[in-house]
Design a protein around this ligand. Sequence first.
Ligand code: HH2
Length: 274
Amino acid sequence: MGVVNVTPDSFSDGGAFDDPIAAIAHGRRLAGEGAHILDIGGESTRPGADPVTVEDELDRVVGVIEGLAGLALGVQLSIDTMKLAVAEAALDAGASYVNDVTAFRHDPDLAGLVADRDADCCLMHMLGEPRTMQSDPRYDDVVDDVKAFLEERMGAAVRAGIPEERIQLDPGIGFGKTLAHNLELLRRIDEIVALGRPVVIGTSRKSFIGRLTGRDVTERVHGTIATNVLAFERGARVFRVHDVAATSDALAVANATLAHPWPASPTTSTTTTT
Ligand code: HH2
């Protein structure tokens, strides 16, 4: 899942693609680099971000989604929003996936819209709200708490008419989590995978990678890849990233390695290639 932020203030690429032409070109590039989904967002959810009005968010994303849909890139278009009106306009413009970081808590009617339109969706865990979420987050057991939340939100989505096959789940790395919480979730992501739906991982360029590596926000691709490969090995299947080319190479190698274990029997023939 490649990130297309049509915002002036996103934490890692704010202002880089807030012009629609630049955003569409960026989406086309990410599709060429191997993204299967493009996640288009018009409101930053970084800690302390200011909320955006519906009108501004619509202005930012609708033309970009129409433009990308018109290019027929063979990728799924996702709208990253918590607002009903924005999701509706995005689905009209060609999106078929709704990524809601509030898991339909901000606007419960969003679930009905996703059901009516036969869209896919991502339900993400967040403790609190973006403005305050990083001030002293606490859990009994972060993995158990996030898992229980996702199970409850999945139940609500199904009751609203969304088939389970259309739901993906995201532990919300960095959304009301300390460094230790993020690492524990990644280490035990198989427990979230056990809920039976594709798990989405959004670690890309986030500050906990900066804390571990000392790198600035645009230099965190290597740390990001480490998290994604480990999560892939533990069963996660969707990786929301800014750096698609590097991540898809890493995942291709990880996938091939896990799919082709060392021959168990000494009689198995092997072929050597370079
Ligand atoms: N992270 C961000 C935004 N949306 N959606 C999901 N499902 N999972 C995530 O981890 C996630 C997300 C934050 O990243 P970014 O969009 O690059 O920054 P900003 O919110 O500042 O625009």
